[in-house]
Design a binder for this molecule. Structure first.
Ligand code: DGJ
Length: 730
């Protein structure tokens, strides 16, 4: 396992537990993509690459060997302009204005471990033995552009990370127009493309389509990964589904504008790519300078989407998420946003916290509206000082009142923004992203601070840190509520303006690194109007994300199911809210709201002081249940059983790593009259063990639960749900 290089065939074989990835340096020094898929022993890899002569419209680089054509060769990092007509991985403009480059193999290095990416989030290792890295250096002889392709294979997980470093080793300035993180060519196009798409309030819905000739892609031009598209796509082989077949996932560890696409060429090869969106991107590389692309995480599964998800979950939970909360149970919280919005007093907050404490909640989170003069969403972002009209005795007093209830205290911020109606904006009108002469478009009454500037970054770090140091705060919700317009920076010269959006992201990452490392005892949750920035870049700094502003239990079935394709359950914030639901007006039973919310990082977001005695009893039981199962939910293996995208019912389950415990959640949207009698099968259990259904004490064989299943629950009414707990008999 690891990485092997065979000098005679010039083949690199990257091998993990179940996966192989093969690269061959072919005639001319071009790195060809030979194979990615189920693990092969690799004894006769040299005959895997099949080349054939095509028409003259796919020209050959060697007139005597017409089968050698860059337009038909499967590439690892294809160029533009020298006879591959497909989508390039990069493009650089030379001082003479032309954009033709030709990268050829120069050298390579194979070493243990995995270097971190300078200034960017990335998957990490804890010991050098966990992973092996190949650095493949390619060079364009004319311009001096050098590209180092980095591949890390995680030996015990079926994951490979890829990134590229573009270095100007020439003597003149180069202008990068495109610099994707990875590209590879599949030898056929018999795949479906799966993507996670949506908008505010319905993030990460699953869409699947068959590949057709041409480019099919998803992208964000919003300056953030966005609610609309997620920086993830997967190719599903013939017949692949939740439990079977070959699936290839690529996920970009980046929170800004991205591109992810598959291009099917005339010969039915499929080129898969992901990276920073080349649209409106530019980067000036002076001689000696280098540009590091974000990292792409490639996961192959031969056990369908479920296998792919469990690989991503384990990798991200243990080697992307950092800090002391990585392995710690996350607290059950009560957040005041949907309870009070901007209208609250210290007494009201204390009353909600007190009600929460009586029910067993562990953390109170004070959301938006505690600073400046923020009575609505048109003012005060940037003015990070306490509003004494609402909290006359200051934040410390409120934190103290909550902590005396034996609850932790958390606080909301939106540090990347500024309201035009704020002291900060009046003092520094040029601190926001803007372009002279153009309108500064406001969205939700706010502008975006220019985090490409060091002075702005220092201001954010200082003002947020002052508040965090002023009281014993143990949780922060870091919000971000708009997308970028008029993208320009007052400090960058004309020739670097197209770097602004990426420099902003590097700035966000720097600020997050400084604040999270200065306050390691604080649990950070990122948020962007719900799940507008639910991506691995954010998870590197903040172990959890607010999944969606839509808290309706029925809407959440699809949102959480879709999100679970890539992101671990411990990263998904999930709360019970009031009915009628504030986003969609639906009335669902409290039991169901609880069952769906406890399938994530559990919490409540409503006015607990308005609960009836009966509600209180239901909630107490939900909280007690979550305390018993949270290790399973947050750290167990996740299996999807029934998809909300395919029918009326949804089911999923959590199984402990030792297969001794399981929690099943089953939900039905509309009640059907006289339904068919049916059963559903569980997954992930040990067929040889006996399990007890805790509610009834009945015994079941693991094989019985896996192969014959259990009867579908009988519901009376819409939006009903049920949980089952199984415990292995010792
Ligand atoms: C958007 C978030 O997603 C909500 O949960 C809430 O924090 C509001 N912002 C506050 O303005």
């Amino acid at each position: 396992m690891g990485i092997r290089y065979d000098e005679s065939s010039k083949i690199f074989h990257l091998q993990s537990l179940d996966t192989s990835y093969v690269i061959q340096i072919v005639e001319g020094g071009y790195p060809a993509h030979v194979y990615w898929g189920r693990r092969v022993r690799g004894t006769r890899l040299e005959r895997m690459l099949e080349l054939t002569t095509r028409v003259s419209f796919s020209p050959s680089t060697d007139p005597d060997r017409l089968e050698i054509s860059l337009d038909t060769l499967p590439h690892e990092y294809p160029a533009y302009g020298n006879s591959d007509f497909r989508s390039p991985a990069y493009q650089a403009q030379l001082p003479n204005g032309t954009t033709v480059t030709d990268l050829r193999y120069e050298s390579h290095e194979i070493h243990k471990g995995k270097p971190a990416l300078a200034g960017l989030p990335s998957v990490y290792i804890e010991s050098e033995d966990e992973a092996e890295t190949l650095e493949l250096t390619l060079k364009d002889a004319v311009s001096g552009l050098t590209v180092v392709l980095a591949y890390t294979v995680f030996e015990q997980q079926n994951a490979i990370t890829r990134s590229a470093k573009l270095i100007n080793n020439g003597t003149a300035t180069l202008q990068l127009l495109r610099a994707l993180s990875m590209s590879l060519d599949f030898a056929h196009d018999r795949y479906d493309l799966l993507q996670l798409s949506g908008t505010w309030g319905r993030e990460r819905h699953i869409h699947r389509r068959t590949l057709v000739p041409g480019m099919q892609s998803v992208e964000s031009r919003r300056g953030s990964s966005s609610h609309v598209q997620n920086p993830f796509i997967a190719l599903l082989g013939e017949g692949a589904d939740e439990d079977h077949g070959e699936v290839y996932g690529v996920n970009l560890v980046y929170s800004g504008s991205f591109f992810a696409g598959v291009e099917v060429d005339p010969y039915h090869d499929a080129r898969l790519q992901i990276g920073i969106n080349p649209f409106d991107f530019g980067w000036r590389l002076e001689p000696g300078e280098q540009f590091q692309t974000p990292e792409a995480v490639l996961v192959h599964s031969s056990e369908g989407l479920g296998g792919m998800s469990r690989t991503y979950h384990d990798l991200y939970r243990t080697r992307l998420i950092r800090g002391q909360f990585r392995d710690k149970s996350r607290p059950i919280l009560i957040n005041n946003w949907e309870a009070t919005y901007f209208e609250f007093t210290a007494d009201k907050i204390e009353a909600i916290a007190k009600a929460g404490q009586a029910l067993g909640l562990e953390l109170f989170v004070l959301d938006d509206g505690w600073f400046g003069k923020r009575d609505n969403d048109t003012t005060s972002l940037g003015d990070w000082f306490v509003d004494r009209r609402k909290l006359p005795n200051g934040l410390e007093d409120l934190v103290d009142r909550v902590r005396r209830l034996d609850m932790q205290f958390g606080l909301w911020f939106e540090p990347e923004m500024v309201s035009p109606e704020s002291e900060l904006y009046r003092a520094h009108p040029d601190w926001c992203l803007h372009v002279e002469g153009h309108r500064r478009t406001v969205a939700r009454g706010q502008l975006i601070l220019d985090l490409s500037r060091a002075d702005v970054r220092d201001y954010i770090v200082e003002s947020v840190s002052n508040i965090l140091a002023s009281a014993p705060i143990t949780y922060v919700k870091w919000d971000m509520n708009r997308n970028m317009t008029e993208i320009g920076s007052a400090l960058l010269p004309a020739e670097r303006q197209r770097e602004t959006a990426h420099r902003y992201m590097l700035g966000v990452y720097e600020v997050m690194e400084r604040i999270t490392s200065a306050f390691p005892h604080i649990l950070f949750e990122s948020c962007s109007g719900g799940g507008g920035r639910f991506d691995p870049g954010m998870l590197y700094y903040m172990p959890q994300t607010w999944t969606s502003d839509n808290t309706d239990a029925v809407s959440r079935l699809k949102i959480q199911y879709g999100t679970s394709l890539v992101y671990p359950i411990s990263s998904m914030g999930s709360h019970v809210s009031a009915v009628p639901n504030h986003q969609v007006g639906r009335i669902t039973p409290l039991e169901t709201r609880g069952n769906i919310a406890l399938s994530g990082n559990f919490g409540y977001e409503l006015d607990l002081t308005k609960f009836s005695e009966e509600d209180n009893e239901t909630v107490k039981a939900q909280i007690a249940l979550y305390k018993e199962v949270r290790h399973l939910v947050q750290f167990g293996d996740f299996y999807r059983l029934k998809s909300p995208f395919e029918g009326n019912d949804t089911a999923w389950m959590f199984v402990s790593k030792d297969k001794a415990e399981a929690l099943v959640v089953y939900a039905s949207v509309l009640k059907e009259p006289n339904p068919q009698l049916s059963r559903f099968r569980l997954k992930g259990l040990d067929p040889a063990r006996e399990y007890t259904l805790l509610a009834s004490g009945e015994a079941y064989g693991g094989d019985e639960l896996l192969y014959t299943g259990i009867p579908m629950p009988h519901f009376h009414g819409d939006y009903e749900s049920k949980v089952y707990r199984f415990q292995a008999v010792k």
